[in-house]
Design a protein around this ligand. Structure first.
Ligand SMILES: [Fe+2]
Ligand SMILES: [Fe+2]
Length: 474
């Protein structure tokens, strides 16, 4: 499964044996580069960045580290190794050999799944394009760019599937992926969270912690797909995704650490005093968390969804760790408990398991999110500050599903408009919060130096020292 870098498009799919496909992708490539230069990291296209590049799709030792100018990054097509005799493991086709070509009757749904996933990848690059101008350190700048080039590669992964398996309309969808833009009033990205701004670095860390984690769970569900090329490409994408979530979790932890050190050293917990000392108070961090968490929960879709049922029953999208679950993997006779609003009250109700698969994946995400919050609280606890962060209730501030438009407090009570208005300032970032965080964002690019509002990381990247020149400006 080694990758051929001698070709214009690096790949491990023997692209050169399919000249028509190769030519089609080589025609898409300059359009991709145009998009990258126009919509990607602003003002950084000529810098040398210490980046990792995939050299093989094997689990061990797949990455090579070195200085690269981002437009020269070797984006390519990398699929995890095929699994001998792989079967479809769930749904109505359970037990049949996994598909190597698109089954005609599921073509439209599969294309929709690939396009929706593909759309999120360039969207996040667009959302993050100005962050380099306010980086808190060279180390963080490098991590931002690493995430960006890999999201670009994830777009390549989905575009390969579109070109290789979906003919003319696949090629048209691949073009459209470069034409929609995050936040564009006329031609926005498909999903809501990918049209929000990522205006500051606290938002960036929250985004990579929560929203990239949604990506992890979507990719895990697609890695179970009966359509084998989709399963193989998403399995390799997951190896890249882990670093994105690390950037988020460690980034938030470092912001918390710095704030708590200032609280301890100065023996203060007053918001105005903390802000005067240039650190982000823990309440503001909690409000950012509430916002990004709730917006990300919406990405899993409606609590009851007939599409989710269809995607599962037809073998296109599985559950998280499908093959480790002990049941019949068909779910026709199973039920699952979800929440609903009845007469102004939250009530638990049992619904068919098949229609509640979005909610089930959301629950896996919540359990995973909770672990990192526990580690953040350990940072606070170690410094001796009596404050704990928490995830709000899963139905707080939702815009999709049964709770859209219902006013619910972070502790999960349905409340009046008056109570919402009286408290929303404590629950979601205010304009003042955002303006304050924005005021801290200056550009720190001296090797080994960090902005005042964030602690340095414990270790550097790939064994390099923390004061390593992770980015060289030209
Ligand atoms: Fe991605
Ligand atoms: Fe990601």
């Amino acid at each position: 499964m080694s990758i051929d870098y001698s070709e214009k498009i690096p790949n491990n799919v023997n692209l050169s044996t399919d000249k028509t496909l190769q030519r089609a992708l080589e025609r898409w490539q300059p359009n991709y580069l145009k998009w990258w230069v126009k919509m990607g990291p602003e003002g950084a296209q000529n810098d040398d960045v210490y980046l990792r590049t995939a050299v093989s799709a094997d689990a061990s030792g797949w990455a090579n580290f070195g200085y690269v100018k981002m437009p020269e990054y070797r984006w390519g097509i990398f699929l995890a190794a095929p699994e001998e005799g792989r079967k479809i493991n769930f749904g109505e086709h359970k037990g049949e050999p996994a598909w190597q070509e698109v089954p005609g009757e599921h073509r439209a749904n599969l294309r929709r799944i690939v396009v929706t996933q593909g759309d999120t990848e360039p969207a996040s690059v667009e959302q993050q394009r100005y962050l380099g101008q306010t980086c808190p350190s060279l180390y963080d700048l490098r991590n931002l760019f690493q995430v960006n080039v890999e999201e670009g590669r994830h777009l390549w992964a989905m575009v390969y599937l579109l070109h290789r398996y979906f003919g003319r309309d696949g090629r048209e969808e691949a073009e459209a992926l470069l034409e929609r833009h995050s936040g564009d009033a006329n031609n926005p990205r498909i999903l809501g969270a990918f049209n929000e701004e990522t205006p500051d670095w606290l938002s960036f860390y929250m985004f990579t912690y929560f929203t990239d984690r949604d990506g992890k769970f979507q990719l895990c569900a697609l890695a179970e797909s009966g359509f084998d090329p989709l399963a193989r490409t998403t399995r390799f994408m997951l190896t890249e995704e882990a670093h994105h979530m690390f950037v988020g979790e460690s980034g938030v932890a470092r912001v918390i650490q710095r704030t708590c050190e200032v609280m301890r050293n100065h023996q203060i917990d007053d918001l105005a005093q903390l802000r005067a000392l240039g650190v982000i108070d823990l309440e503001t961090i909690q409000r950012y968390l509430n916002f990004h968490y709730s917006v990300t929960l919406d990405l899993f879709g409606a609590d009851q969804s007939s599409n989710a049922a269809t995607f599962y029953s037809t073998g296109l999208k599985g559950r998280f760790e499908e093959t480790k679950i002990q049941d019949d993997h068909v779910l026709k006779n199973d039920t699952y408990k979800i929440l609903d609003v009845v007469d102004g009250m939250l009530v638990e109700k049992e619904v068919p398991a098949l229609v509640s698969l979005n909610e089930r994946l959301r629950h896996e995400f919540i359990a995973d999110s909770l672990r990192g919050v526990g580690r953040w609280n350990k940072v606070i606890e170690r410094i001796g500050i009596p404050f704990r962060l928490h995830l709000p209730h899963k139905v707080f501030h939702r815009r999709i599903g049964a709770f859209a438009g219902v006013r619910i407090s972070p502790d999960g009570r349905i409340i009046s408009a008056a109570e919402w208005e009286a408290n929303v300032r404590n629950w979601l970032p205010t304009d003042e919060d955002r303006a304050f965080v924005a005021s801290l964002m200056g550009r720190v690019v001296e090797p080994g130096k960090f902005a005042n509002w964030i602690a340095p990381p414990a270790v550097g990247i790939k064994g390099q020292p923390i004061d390593f020149a992770y980015v060289r400006f030209n």
